[in-house]
Design a protein around this ligand. Structure first.
Ligand SMILES: Cc1cc2nc3c(=O)[nH]c(=O)nc-3n(C[C@H](O)[C@H](O)[C@H](O)COP(=O)(O)O)c2cc1C
Length: 204
């Protein structure tokens, strides 16, 4: 009888130990799965996760500069693509761009920028079109509020440079700080590493 009582007692203890262990594991798992806002807010962010590059490019020059900035900063990158694509034909694009400008058009941007609010520095790149920004850049500044953010503009062109568009950005986004811009000719866009690196040090 004593023997059975001993076995029963051991079984009960074993059961209790197992149950205890299981509940500890559950608690640990719950912690791992649940968000911990206070703790994560205190942790240092990985490099430049608060920087974003937004660019529009029709023939690839501005894209090449955007990618160079991305490789030097590690910033996230988002290409502004019109919902209605432009023609591949140069003369047609010249006409379309001129018409959009005279109509003060706002071409629709395809998709949306994820987590826009988390970014504090935003590189904004575009080609010079008829002495101005392509009208889709006006759509960008209409659609998103850059208040409190730093805008670092860059442009590629056939020689006109910014054509006053930095001031335009300042007037469209009065709550943002707009840095000195980087202006490159379309021809030098593929070899922009040195210019980009120099510019990045001046705007830091
Ligand atoms: C519609 C259109 C208008 C342009 N207007 C100008 C201009 O006014 N001044 C200028 O210097 N370059 C002008 N260009 C040349 C572009 O700014 C230049 O080729 C730029 O590097 C193109 O950038 P992307 O390859 O990123 O589209 C124009 C190009 C296009 C397609």
């Amino acid at each position: 009888m004593k023997k059975y009582a001993g076995i029963l007692l051991m079984s009960i203890m074993l059961f209790m130990l197992t149950a205890c262990g299981a509940s500890k594991t559950e608690t640990a798992d719950q912690n791992a799965a649940s968000p911990a806002p206070a703790a994560s807010a205190e942790q240092p962010e990985a490099d430049n996760t608060d920087q974003l590059i937004l660019y529009f490019s029709w023939s690839g020059n501005t894209r090449a500069v955007a990618e160079e900035i991305s490789s030097q900063t590690g910033a996230d990158i988002f290409e502004i693509i019109p919902e209605t694509p432009y023609s591949d034909d140069y003369n047609e694009v010249l006409d379309t761009a001129q018409r959009e400008q005279s109509e003060n058009a706002r071409p629709v941007i395809s998709g949306a920028i994820d987590d826009f609010n988390k970014y504090t520095t935003i590189f904004v790149g575009y080609p010079n079109w008829w002495g101005d920004m392509p009208m889709i850049m006006y759509s960008l500044f209409d659609d998103y509020d850059f208040t409190g953010k730093t805008i670092a503009p860059f442009v590629t062109s056939g020689g006109s440079g910014f054509s006053g568009t930095i001031d335009t950005i300042r007037s469209l986004e009065p709550g943002a700080e707009v840095t000195e811009g980087l202006s490159l000719s379309g021809d030098s866009a593929e070899n922009s590493a040195a210019d980009v690196s120099k510019w990045l040090t001046t705007i830091e």
